[in-house]
Design a binder for this molecule. Structure first.
Ligand code: BEZ
Length: 212
């Protein structure tokens, strides 16, 4: 199934290291990050899962639940999680889906047969509290993802939803943001009474508002 931004993230039921879940119910009102791993007991994935576990306080601050997926059996997930704790200094603190029958991988188009017909690629989906897909990134199996970038995108999306702002190239939290073009000056004045810097009528920079 080809998924696109703005689509509702498909719901599913799956076994995970934290028990059986129904995805939408498990998400509740939170944001979600669903990400796939090519295979258990592989080195790059081991580093990614350890790092994601260390980011839990950052995910919590943003009301985000992380969930990983690998097309392996639950027993293998438990064995692998011991290695993750031992080598990365962080134990898994989010569920890992055991998708041995590839039901979820197929639903989210995580297997790209011309790359590999048995491994999933490194997919990432950011899902908002309305269950809409807000970001899709696909990395090759051999490249570990940048989870700091994923947090940065979540910060940007949450600002957009709250304040009608977009974020410029290479933006980092705390830097100026852009007033979305759809917002007319008269309406922008109500949202940003302190004013903004207009480099062009369509390029209006304003100090980053505080996220609520
Ligand atoms: C890994 O996760 O380490 C990996 C998986 C597939 C190809 C290369 C590396």
């Amino acid at each position: 199934m080809t998924l696109r931004l703005g689509d509702i993230a498909p719901d599913f039921e799956a076994e995970t290291t934290e028990g059986r879940i129904r995805f939408h119910e498990w998400l509740g009102n939170s944001w979600g990050v669903l990400f796939s791993h090519p295979k258990n007991y592989t080195p790059v994935c081991t580093t990614e899962l350890g790092y994601t576990a260390k980011l839990k306080p950052e995910f919590d601050k943003r009301h985000v639940k992380a969930i990983g997926l690998s097309v392996d059996k639950l027993e293998d997930h438990y064995g692998w999680s011991k290695d993750i704790e031992e080598t990365q200094g962080a134990a898994l603190n989010f569920p890992l889906i055991a998708d041995a029958d590839r039901k979820v991988a197929d639903l989210y188009d995580m297997i790209h047969p011309n790359a590999s017909d048995s491994f999933t690629v490194r997919s990432v989906f950011i899902i908002d509290p309305n269950k809409k897909i807000r970001l899709i990134i696909t990395y090759p199996a051999s490249t570990g993802r940048n989870f700091d970038e994923i947090l940065r995108v979540i910060d940007s999306l949450q600002l957009t939803d709250q304040y009608k702002v977009a974020t410029p190239v290479n933006w980092k939290p705390g830097e100026d943001v852009i007033i979305v073009p759809a917002l007319k000056d008269e309406d922008a004045r109500k949202l940003f009474p302190q004013g903004w810097k207009a480099l062009k009528p369509y390029l209006r920079l304003v100090a980053q508002p505080k996220k609520g």
